[in-house]
Design a protein around this ligand. Structure first.
Ligand code: SF4
Length: 186
């Protein structure tokens, strides 16, 4: 017959068949009722961690079309199931209520943030890039033909992968920029 003492893990450890307390003695009724989110997910999607250029493989568990858990993917030849603390916490990146889902803009001298639609924001960025390129353009430097712009520079971050860096280098060089760097080289 169970007594109130049976609810006490140390008692179960000392009197039961699990003297090291690494099995039955450490499990309570509450433990038994817990079901992992990975077991109840509707489907699992393979993905890649977006935080850095290591590109660790992830398994994204989805239930009712919502991300419920993200874990390391043992099939990834790069990370073999491992994730660092940032990658392990990446579910919050998707599901956090503080995640920004709109473009936010604060005008020069403005004191408040405004919401912009994406098309407007992209057009504003394109206008600024073209303007900076034009204003910083140099045909010559000390009599030598250079045909470059000093108005644009690019500093990439560690989340950029090889392919993205390749495309960025092509884009900026095509626009005439010469100051193109990546955080990973600093
Ligand atoms: S942030 Fe961590 S988990 Fe994500 S790709 Fe980089 S090393 Fe891997």
């Amino acid at each position: 017959m169970k007594t109130w003492l049976d609810a006490w893990p140390v008692y179960r450890q000392l009197t039961g068949s699990d003297p090291l307390g690494r099995g039955k003695a450490a499990r309570s009724e509450a433990t038994e009722s817990v079901v992992s989110r990975t077991a109840t997910a509707d489907r699992v999607v393979q993905s890649v961690c977006p935080y850095c250029a290591v590109g660790c493989g992830q398994k994204v568990f989805v239930k009712d079309e919502k991300v419920v858990q993200i874990e390391g993917d043992p099939d990834s030849p790069i990370s073999r199931g491992r994730l660092c603390p940032k990658g392990s916490a990446s579910k919050q990146l998707v599901t956090s209520p503080t995640r920004e889902t709109k473009v936010r803009y604060r005008r020069p001298y403005g004191t408040e943030w405004e919401d912009l639609d994406l098309d407007t924001a992209m057009q504003m960025i394109a206008d600024r890039v073209l303007d900076a390129r034009r204003k910083g353009w140099q045909d010559e430097d000390g009599g030598r033909r250079v045909r470059r712009t000093m108005g644009i520079a690019s500093l990439g971050g560690a989340t950029l992968d090889n392919e993205e860096n390749y495309l960025m280098k092509k884009l900026y060089s095509a626009m005439g920029a010469i100051q193109i760097e990546n955080q990973a080289r600093i």
